[in-house]
Design a protein around this ligand. Structure first.
Ligand SMILES: [Zn+2]
Length: 189
């Protein structure tokens, strides 16, 4: 029996491998099943689905349609660094964060990071690995999010210009100016 709401969701996909499932079907089933099992309401089934997608257990194959492919999940887990590879990455980088140069002797935790993230097709190889301290690893993840939103504003600006939507153009230009002022994602122009 599933132990949590999130597990219940994943169970349903696992019982229907490789079938694209509209999210309403899963939500209806999980809501009824959770109520049957516990007598309680399933709070936020959408969030559980998004979460499994984020961690790579579900693939999004259309708007609100997800699929569980057991092979893809296994491949993704293969792309985690092994203990040994992690050690090789640390060793090559002299056990120091490649950004700030701090290491364990400075009291910081070091982590092996995928330069190209797993969800963008990055592999578990020495070349795709780098040593980061915990805070720079955290920052990198945050910056990936600012990168995504900058791309969104750039796209929005393009559309606004095409539509001669002056108000939206001005808004996007202001936002993008802030990115420039702070030197955030300056590699995206
Ligand atoms: Zn660092």
């Amino acid at each position: 029996m599933a132990t949590s709401q999130a597990d219940l969701i994943l169970d349903y996909f696992k019982r229907n491998p490789n079938r694209p499932i509209p999210h309403a079907e899963v939500v209806d089933w999980a809501t009824a099943e959770w109520e049957r099992l516990t007598g309680e309401k399933f709070r936020d089934p959408d969030r559980a689905i998004r979460r499994w997608h984020q961690v790579g257990h579900l693939q999004k194959v259309g708007k609100g349609i997800y699929l569980y492919d057991p092979n893809a999940v296994n491949i993704r887990e293969l792309e985690d660094f092994s203990e040994q590879l992690r050690e090789e990455i640390f060793k090559r980088d002299n056990y120091r964060c490649v950004v700030c140069g701090l290491g364990r002797e400075n009291g910081v935790e070091i982590q092996a990071d995928h330069i190209i993230p797993k969800d963008k097709g990055g592999h578990a190889t020495l070349e795709n690995g780098q040593t980061l301290c915990a805070s720079h690893n955290f920052l990198k993840k945050n910056y990936n999010q600012t990168e995504l939103s900058k791309r969104i504003f750039l796209r929005l600006l393009k559309t606004a210009r095409a539509n001669s939507d002056e108000r939206m153009v001005a808004f996007c230009e202001d936002i993008l100016r802030v990115y420039d002022q702070h030197g955030i994602d300056s590699h995206i122009t």
